[in-house]
Design a protein around this ligand. Structure first.
Ligand code: FAD
Length: 494
């Protein structure tokens, strides 16, 4: 009998799941609401500029390679990666200091000593400690299912030894003295939607992960990775449907049996959701049998922050701007509290500026630069009138950039548009317009996060940012490895 599987959503989690299911012998169809694949990694093209909408920092390239290798293919033939130098540039707007963080330990240590020579030693100790966290958090736990509570309990002694009860910020503060270097080494949870002040220090593993495999860029942009996967899926006869939004998961006797679109239904043996699990449990499974993740519980969860992203192209080349710049505002803890706890859209901000043309001229017309700038903002649990305020906020951010690192920006703008949390809600069906689904706090991690296998319905599974191990491209690709392990175990049991 043919084994059939439906994957709903084509983010990196969905694409990875489709490929892994295919390699297990399923007939796979992937359905995407939008008119292109990639989810948050979709691409905007305007007036000759190419803008990656979302992920830009590529780490752990082996995770991409593995998906091609499933079919004995070489990723290099589909998309090429180059390593960046520096990995990130931190610009502190309060005193105009710059900290370049790069692959070379020697260079990084020299940069640290510009701030505080004592922190060079502290940095080495921090790196050693994040290696220990990495060995458990990434190597041991990120590919295994977390739906067994006793498995979770068994991990607790190790998690305590690794000080997982501390936040990323507190852990870094134990090793580093200089306030600005603490900020630089504790912002990583923001890349996954977490508040560094609250996020469990297990996420310090990112620090070692970057050191182990580097920080890369895909030539042609992250969209080229999605294109490479699309080609691979077509070659492997995975059926791809775009502009195909599912409205409901069909269930019978506590089993998922298919999906319903506006005008049709499709049945399959396995249903894999790459949609936001919070949205899915709230809107796509309307059943009395939905016991664990009922609406009240889903609403009460803690959601990652929203994102305000401005995509812009300039007719000037800003050659001194690095590929990745973290533009730090005046406040750190206070600003994070405003975004995550008080849910206030503050007057100040910290920004991430992406300039792919620093590495790849193909992202803009000749003589031009392509950028996006991202500002973490409160999610839609607090209503902000983005429709009316969006343009004003856009101007504030561009003014701040013009006054600091991008002189004459306004007169050099060729294209400029933005995405607000409203767009995350409407385009990606992200509950509360959250940038990264539910936040990665301890009580929403591992067993406490949405499981990769539904607790309420047989044959229903989840991959992507909202489930284990969590957001970020390495996380969501790993979630498909977790799915593969679950399916292999299930077929052994049956
Ligand atoms: C601006 C930004 C920058 C980021 N930068 C980085 C970075 O540099 N490095 C990094 O590692 N991570 C980064 N991230 C995080 C990373 O992009 C995400 O965690 C990851 O891409 C999410 O993948 P996913 O598999 O969860 O699916 P998503 O990308 O969320 O895709 C889910 C898809 O499901 C579709 N969908 C929803 N509902 C339905 C439905 N009912 N029917 C059909 N389809 C549906 C949506 O349209 C969407 O296409 C960034 C995220 C953002 C937003």
């Amino acid at each position: 009998m043919n084994k059939t599987a439906i994957v709903v959503g084509s983010g990196f989690g969905g694409i990875s799941a489709a490929l892994r299911l295919k390699s297990l012998g399923y007939e796979v169809s992937i359905y995407e609401k939008l008119n292109q694949l990639g989810g948050r990694a979709r691409v905007f093209k305007k007036s000759g500029f190419t803008f990656d909408a979302g992920p830009t920092v590529i780490t752990a390239p082996f995770l991409f390679n593995e998906l091609f290798e499933l079919f004995k293919k070489n990723r290099e033939k589909y998309v090429k990666f180059v390593e960046l130098d520096p990995w990130y540039r931190f610009y502190f707007s309060s005193n105009k200091k710059i900290f370049d963080y790069s692959k070379s330990l020697k260079k990084t240590e020299k940069e640290i000593s510009k701030f505080d020579t004592r922190d060079v030693k502290g940095y080495r100790r921090l790196l050693n400690f994040s290696e220990k966290i990495f060995k458990v958090g990434f190597e041991k736990l990120s590919f295994v299912p977390f739906h067994d509570f006793f498995f979770m309990i068994r991990q607790i002694p190790t998690l305590i030894t690794l000080k997982s009860y501390l936040s990323v910020f507190r852990l870094v503060s134990k090793f580093i003295k200089n306030e600005q270097i603490i900020q630089a080494f504790s912002i990583q949870p923001l890349l996954l939607g977490g508040n560094p002040i609250d996020t469990t220090s297990i996420y310090n593993l990112i620090h070692y992960l970057e050191r182990k495999w580097g920080v890369h860029y895909a030539i042609g942009g992250t969209g080229k990775i999605v294109q490479g996967f699309e080609k691979l899926m077509k070659e492997e006869n995975i059926k791809i449907f775009k502009n195909a939004e599912i409205k409901k998961i069909l269930t019978k006797d506590e089993q998922a049996i298919g999906v319903k679109f506006k005008n049709k239904v499709v049945y399959a043996n396995k249903i894999v959701m790459n949609t936001d699990p919070a949205y899915t449990y709230k809107y796509l499974i309307k059943s009395k049998n939905n016991k664990k993740w009922h609406q009240k519980r889903v609403d009460k969860m803690d959601y990652s922050m929203g994102l305000f992203v401005i995509y812009f192209g300039t007719k000037k080349i800003y050659k001194n701007i690095a590929h990745h710049t973290i533009w730090m505002g005046k406040r750190y803890e206070g600003l994070l509290n405003d975004i995550f706890k008080n849910k206030i859209l503050a007057d100040d901000f910290s920004l991430y500026l992406h300039r792919p043309t620093a590495t790849d001229k193909s992202m803009a017309p000749k003589g031009c630069d392509s950028f996006y700038v991202l500002s973490p903002v409160p999610n839609l649990k607090k209503q902000i009138d983005w429709k009316n305020y969006g343009k004003t906020y856009e101007k504030k951010i561009l003014n701040a950039l013009e006054q600091t690192i991008l002189p004459d920006l306004h007169k050099n703008l060729k294209v400029c548009f933005h995405m607000s949390p409203n767009d995350f809600k409407n385009d990606y069906n992200s509950l509360y317009g959250a940038g990264f689904s539910v936040s990665p706090i301890f009580r929403q991690s591992a067993w406490f996060r949405f499981h990769n296998k539904s607790e309420d319905f047989k044959n229903l599974y989840f991959v992507g940012a909202g489930c284990h191990p969590g957001a970020g491209v390495p996380g969501v690709i790993s979630s498909a490895k977790v799915l593969e392990n679950i399916l292999k175990n299930e077929s052994k049991e049956s």
